[in-house]
Write a protein that binds this ligand. Structure first.
Ligand SMILES: [Zn+2]
Ligand SMILES: [Zn+2]
Length: 370
């Protein structure tokens, strides 16, 4: 049976990459899912590969299906996508068929106390779709497929002048935005260090600069990425292979330190260095995580009234605000997009991202490559 919506014929089955065991992805035929109330069916147009996808495909976590690892469950990963609304669930009037949208990952469950507070990235029912939780590409099917279901709360309209590829980067910018939100929100005139020029760090530079932060300082090891950071708005870049980052921040700020550090490197020494980069009462947001336990001078944090925040993903509708900045062309998110592959070449796209082939930063899979 083939049913049609206003303008789009939706087939009964679709191509989707499905996770078997660790590092086993297969391109299979799956039924096209049906949107329920407050949901729509999206035709995926483009999706970016995220470092977390690489974690999930190899180790399973942080994906969780009904409380278990996502292996051999017919699970489709991928969460940084955009697409076109092709079918509405019952009662949906927030979108119309044909709308172009970017998505955020977490819908949450909508019924636990954290979701009620807008902290749906910390949903207490995380991983239990049976209790209404949805985080596409983590706990429910994601976007390495031709179609996906999204809750209306997780979609944001994209204007025509934003390309498909650029729209896939909105969720990454949303994560950086959420980090700044959590630390204190409006940052005009305040100083920010972003540590680590990966995708979130580079988007963090663009978002911080757009919100009026000054100066914006980016630290890292890869010169080419630091130069991209400069084009995204960094006032200063510090190559930590050439200069001690703590000394560099002291030099740039005349010994005062900065108000905010957005830690995006995940380096084991990063938090201990960050506490020496902020001024008294400064704030540090951890947006990346080391794979080992780290040593930190806690006494320095206590004596200096330093605040440390952890974030997961892109809560409090930060993706919507990031989308606005990108739609207004406040910074050029496309600078971090380096490679494009078709849906059939998802494993190649993943290999480029994992091995950073040709210095890949954001690798995008485009469904309809010309
Ligand atoms: Zn991601
Ligand atoms: Zn919840």
């Amino acid at each position: 049976m083939t049913y049609s919506s206003n303008e789009f014929r939706v087939p009964p089955t679709m191509k989707a990459w499905v996770l078997g065991g660790p590092d086993e992805l297969s391109l299979l035929e799956k039924p096209v899912p049906e949107p329920e109330p407050a949901e729509v069916l999206l035709r995926i147009d483009a999706i970016a590969v995220c470092a977390t996808d690489l974690e999930i495909i190899r180790h399973g976590t942080p994906a969780l299906i009904e409380g278990e690892l996502p292996f051999h469950k017919g699970f489709t990963p991928g969460h940084e996508y955009m697409g076109t609304v092709v079918k509405l669930g019952p009662g949906v009037n927030e979108f119309v068929i044909g709308d172009r949208v970017a998505v955020e990952v977490h819908a949450g469950c909508g019924r636990c106390s954290r979701c009620r507070e807008g902290m749906y990235t910390s949903c207490l029912n995380y991983g239990f779709h049976s209790r209404g939780h949805r985080a596409n590409g983590f706990t429910t099917d994601g976007g390495f497929a031709e179609y996906a279901i999204n809750h209306v709360n997780t979609m944001v309209h994209i204007p025509d002048h934003v390309s498909d590829e650029e729209a896939t980067l909105i969720v990454t910018a949303g994560t950086a935005m959420y980090g700044l939100d959590v630390m204190g929100g409006l940052i005009a005139g305040e100083s920010v260090v972003v540590t680590g020029p990966g995708p979130i760090g580079l988007m963090g530079v663009g978002v911080a600069k757009s919100l009026g932060a000054t100066p914006v300082i980016l630290t890292g090891t890869r010169e080419r990425r630091l130069q991209i950071g400069r084009r995204l708005g960094a006032d200063h870049i510090v190559n930590v292979t050439e200069e001690d980052p703590v000394e560099a921040i002291a030099r740039i700020t005349g010994g005062r330190g900065v108000q905010y550090v957005l830690e995006c490197s995940g380096a084991p020494a990063a938090l201990d260095q960050s506490v020496r980069m902020v001024k008294r009462g400064g704030r540090i947001c951890l947006a990346a995580f080391p794979h080992e336990k780290v040593l930190v001078d806690l006494a320095h944090i206590v004596r200096n009234n330093i605040y440390v925040f952890g974030i997961r993903g892109e809560g409090k509708s930060a993706t919507h605000r990031a989308a606005t900045l990108i739609a207004q062309k406040r910074f050029d998110a496309q600078l971090i997009h380096t490679h494009t592959f078709p849906l059939t070449e998802v494993p190649t796209a993943i290999r480029y991202a994992r091995e950073r082939i040709e210095d890949a930063i954001k690798v995008v899979v485009k469904m309809r490559c010309q």
